[in-house]
Write a protein that binds this ligand. Structure first.
Ligand SMILES: Cc1cc2nc3c(=O)[nH]c(=O)nc-3n(C[C@H](O)[C@H](O)[C@H](O)COP(=O)(O)O)c2cc1C
Ligand code: SF4
Length: 411
């Protein structure tokens, strides 16, 4: 029995997570025709093999056809997704790794000239600088349709055998209604906080009705937009309290900041040279204020900080998302006393840039990531004859294998 706080199990409803490590939602753009096929499955199964307790699949899987994919998002509105998600879930369950999926309507965070060229929707017609669409104000029938879409997408994921879902509520449609920066409505969905929460409350009610009381449902929410005109810390914590008190959801996954420009996004997903774990204390404050299960990820890149997050009672589950892109075997190595063998995530964030620029997430430190079908993550040194190899080039592609081969050659 280990006393390592990171390796202690955590019970959420009927689920037992075998340790405190999770990968938060991130769309690696490995989808094929909007579906999670072999490449997608092998990518998540590798984390499961590596010992992670929970993998939140997709990132922004879209619930409505009128919310076109911005970066290869999974299409949760199609029935064809069910058998693919079942295969993925089974491949992870084999290693006792729980599997959930993040569902969303992207709101204004997508382009208008994609898919069916339908107008992008939001609470109010406030343009998002990154995607540049002027959204249409969601009308009554849009709201009714999208609520029904959330419910049927959730049912599909339940039918696929997933352990739960979370809603994305930062920079997308749900929080677009919450935020005074993007909600200028004067009907029942605008003004007082109660009105601004009406859309998300109706979605949660409809989903709960559709999936029943036992399925795990969470919200990945912004609890402080860190924006003069946006959701303040006080209001964000109040939203978290109301969600926690609704009796309809099971966990909160906390975000601090806003994402409508690249510069702002870098504060939410901090890159090389920025502070370690900049929002961890804030997430801990939300946990203390709500007394509710709290998950969080934002540059908790090393095991010591992750362990601190659990030991200090700031989080229930700690997200190490890019760290698992760089090394999907973190939990296994921690359990084996091999922390020093974890390939570190350096925060270059090439993985994220590439979903926009190259159409697939790749890692600057790990060539096997996303190529699990052809490159193994665990390499066994040869027992045969050592050969002389000349590596032309430097950087991560050159010095690493060079150092490794030199070490092997001198054994
Ligand atoms: C390639 C990539 C895609 C992402 N897509 C999403 C997404 O669709 N939804 C979401 O909530 N977060 C998304 N994220 C953010 C991650 O869930 C996480 O919050 C972020 O990487 C910070 O955590 P980390 O420092 O542990 O990586 C994405 C991150 C990456 C690297
Ligand atoms: S590309 Fe960089 S930021 Fe992304 S996982 Fe690899 S090391 Fe981490």
């Amino acid at each position: 029995m280990t006393t390592d706080p990171l390796l202690q199990p955590y019970r959420l409803k009927h689920l037992t997570f075998k340790n405190r490590l999770m990968s938060t939602a991130h769309e690696p753009a490995y989808s094929e025709e909007g579906l999670p096929k072999e490449r997608y499955r092998l990518y998540h199964a590798e984390k499961a093999k590596g010992g992670i307790a929970l993998t939140m699949t997709a990132g922004s899987a879209i619930v409505s056809r009128d919310s076109p994919a911005a970066f290869g998002n999974l299409q949760a509105y199609r029935d064809e997704i069910v058998p693919w998600m079942t295969e993925l879930a089974e491949a992870c369950h084999e290693h006792d790794c729980k599997v959930m999926i993040q569902l969303t309507h992207l709101g204004r965070r997508t382009g208008w000239n994609k898919a069916d060229w339908l107008p992008v929707l939001s609470a109010s017609p406030v343009r998002e600088p990154a995607h540049r669409a002027f959204p249409k104000e969601a009308e009554d029938w849009d709201i009714e349709r999208i609520i029904a879409d959330y419910a049927s997408a959730a049912q599909r994921m339940q039918a696929a055998g997933l352990d739960g879902i979370e809603f994305e509520a930062y920079g997308h449609l749900m929080d677009g209604f919450w935020s005074p920066a993007t909600n200028h409505r004067d009907d029942d969905y605008g003004g007082a906080l109660e009105n601004r929460m009406r859309f998300s409350n109706r979605v949660i009610d409809a989903v709960r009705e559709a999936v029943g009381p036992d399925f795990v449902v969470g919200v990945r929410m912004v609890a402080d937009e860190d924006l003069a005109t946006g959701i303040s810390r006080e209001e964000g914590i109040e939203i978290a309290r109301r969600l926690a008190g609704s009796g309809k959801i099971d966990f909160l996954n906390i975000i601090r900041g806003h994402i409508e420009t690249d510069a702002a996004l870098a504060d939410v997903i901090p890159i090389t040279g920025m502070r370690s774990a900049p929002h961890l204390d804030f997430a801990g404050d939300v946990r203390a204020a709500t007394g509710f299960p709290v998950f969080h990820a934002a540059r908790i890149s090393d095991v010591a900080t992750a362990r601190h997050a659990i030991e200090a009672g700031k989080l229930d589950m700690v997200g190490m998302t890019r760290p698992h892109i760089a090394d999907p075997h973190i939990a296994r190595k921690v359990a084996a006393g091999q922390e020093h063998r974890i390939r570190p995530c350096v925060g270059a964030t090439y993985c994220l840039d590439r979903i926009y620029e190259g159409g697939e997430a790749l890692c600057i430190h790990n060539a096997a990531t996303g190529r699990e079908a052809t490159i193994p993550h665990v390499m066994t040194p040869t027992e045969g004859i050592l050969k002389r190899v000349v590596i032309v080039g430097a950087g991560p592609g050159g010095w690493k294998p060079h150092a490794w081969l030199r070490r092997e050659a001198t054994r």
